[in-house]
Design a protein around this ligand. Structure first.
Ligand SMILES: NC(=O)C1=CN([C@@H]2O[C@H](COP(=O)(O)OP(=O)(O)OC[C@H]3O[C@@H](n4cnc5c(N)ncnc54)[C@H](O)[C@@H]3O)[C@@H](O)[C@H]2O)C=CC1
Ligand SMILES: CC(=O)C(C)=O
Length: 259
């Protein structure tokens, strides 16, 4: 079944997993609103989406600012003629042992990974209600939202928080015909993992690439995940085949964490 004719907004769409989701939902038939703090990157992805044959707009917005999220959702509806799916994908990682975490770091990662998702849920659901129809809200959690990893403690806390928000929102918005689910990727070879690996190397003296290889070594399917692997699951969550699913945070990690 398809999402042909639907409009999807994706945050953090300038690269990595967000870019792959945009291209996948465009191939599935949706028009795409691409949101990121990096305007050049999101413009380039919009060109790629148009090459697939979908309509695309690129919007610069910081998900930590509710007003900017509101403007992005309003412009999406106005410029693409609807609003049906929001993917709250934008996120950042931080690597630090709990002993060394600073208040500034905590504030920043909570703002992006938790508040950013919260505003996307709140503003997105309000727009679905205003338009008088249901919708799909899809949030980025992680394997780190199911299991705490050393040096990734605060990041893990934010991704557990996304699962909590997803469950609560699923219950609050169910009667509006809005479903709320999360995706929990494993080890995806994006810039985020380059940064994580470099930071582990700097903190522990591990050779560059060793931390990434160690995580990948634990994956039952024997390879790192691609952004397209994640996008395939988000395609299911965005489409009608998942209409009877809400409040879930599914692991899509090649068999790394078992819950
Ligand atoms: N890469 C991985 O292995 C995994 C990633 N994830 C999650 O998937 C999501 C996407 O990750 P990646 O594509 O790997 O990351 P990435 O670092 O490659 O891309 C993130 C994008 O989000 C944008 N962004 C960052 N802060 C923003 C803000 N305040 N407002 C708007 N846009 C902002 C960045 O400019 C960038 O384009 C994140 O939520 C991440 O935590 C979850 C599990 C594994
Ligand atoms: C980047 C990430 O989500 C990890 C390490 O689970």
């Amino acid at each position: 079944m398809s999402i042909k004719g639907k409009v999807a907004l994706i945050t953090g769409a300038g690269q990595g997993i967000g870019r792959a989701i945009a291209l996948r939902l465009a191939s599935d038939g949706a028009d795409i609103s691409l949101v990121d703090v990096n305007g050049d990157r999101v413009d380039a992805v919009a060109d790629e989406v148009r090459a697939v044959g979908a309509k695309a707009i690129s919007l610069v917005a910081d998900v930590t600012d509710r007003d900017q999220v509101q403007t992005a959702v309003d412009r999406t509806e106005r410029e693409l003629g609807g609003f049906d799916i929001i993917v709250n994908n934008a996120g950042i990682a931080q690597v630090n042992p709990i002993a060394d975490v600073t208040p500034e770091e905590v504030s920043r990662i909570l703002a992006v990974n938790v508040e950013g998702v919260l505003w996307g849920i709140q503003v997105g659901a309000a727009k679905f209600r205003e338009l008088g129809h249901g919708g799909k809200i899809i949030n980025a959690s992680s394997i780190a939202g199911h299991e705490g990893f050393p040096m990734l403690g605060v990041y893990s806390a934010t991704k557990f928080a996304v699962r909590g928000l997803t469950q609560a929102a699923a219950k609050e918005y169910a009667s509006d015909g809005i479903t709320v689910n999360a995706y929990c990727p494993g080890v995806v070879g994006t810039d985020m993992w380059v940064t994580i690996d470099e930071r582990f190397a700097a903190l522990t003296g591990a050779p560059k690439g060793a931390t990434f290889d160690k995580f990948v070594g634990g994956i039952a399917l024997g390879r790192a995940q691609t952004p397209e692997d994640v996008a395939a699951y988000v395609s299911y969550l965005a489409g009608p085949d998942s209409d009877y699913m809400t409040g879930q945070a599914g692991l899509i990690d090649g068999g790394l964490v078992y819950r």
